[in-house]
Design a protein around this ligand. Structure first.
Ligand code: ADP
Ligand code: 5GP
Length: 188
């Protein structure tokens, strides 16, 4: 019997909105969901581990992989490159696994074009003030990086119109339940 293909969920939202926090809890509660590990040219943050949070590679390595057609999608974000490996996604979808990509909006729209069955979910902040407060409170970026990330926010939120679902991350537990409800209604 042929294995039923897995579903691909794409989650986006501005820096500091709580994507990482939500996804960590989502996967702890639902270990059958797999999160893709992207390649990036940005430097690791203090607690980040190569091969766990990202595959940290050089710009030269990244561009070579682009040239070799290894990415399902890739984009530049705030001066760094980020990309999703095509082979990993195809292999796991064919095994029937349900996958999650946590990527920015340009990459998400590339995925929707290539794989129209994918489901795009955008995480919104309760307000722009709260978003800035969370981004600063995380204490992982310098001022220039924070300004660069805040600069992207309005464009990204505008882009959420092209998504299948939006979830407001005000109360963390409520946002997690809403995210789970959407995903479970699709993979049921
Ligand atoms: P992202 O992955 O979207 O950049 P993070 O998950 O790193 O964002 O969250 C940014 C900061 O906001 C973290 O310090 C996190 O603990 C905090 N945070 C996340 N969700 C909430 C929430 N619902 N209410 C208050 N703080 C939150
Ligand atoms: P960060 O540097 O905060 O980890 O990520 C910056 C942005 O890049 C976030 O919006 C994150 O979702 C996005 N991102 C992470 N991995 C990928 C990827 O593989 N492709 C794309 N297009 N964006 C990514």
């Amino acid at each position: 019997m042929e294995t039923k293909k897995g579903k691909l969920f794409v989650i986006s939202g501005s820096s500091g909105v709580g994507k990482g926090t939500l996804l960590k809890q989502l996967v702890q509660k639902n270990p059958e969901l797999e999160v893709s590990i992207s390649a990036t040219t940005r430097s690791p943050r203090p607690a980040e581990v190569d091969g766990v949070n990202y595959f940290f590679i050089t710009k030269e390595e990244f561009l070579k992989e682009v040239e070799n057609g290894e990415f399902l999608e890739w984009a530049e974000f705030n001066g760094n490159y980020y990309g999703t490996k095509q082979a990993w996604v195809e292999r796991n979808l064919n095994k029937g696994r349900n996958l999650i990509l946590e990527i920015e909006t340009n990459g998400a729209l590339q995925i929707k074009k290539k794989l129209p069955d994918s489901v795009l979910i955008f995480i919104l902040p309760p307000s722009l003030e709260e978003l800035e407060h969370r981004l600063r409170g995380r204490n992982t970026e310098d001022e220039e990086t924070i300004q660069g990330r805040l600069h992207e926010v309005r464009r990204e939120i505008e882009c959420s119109k092209n998504y299948d679902y939006t979830v407001v991350n005000d109360d963390l537990d409520k946002a997690l339940l809403e995210l789970e409800r959407i995903i479970k209604s699709i993979i049921r």
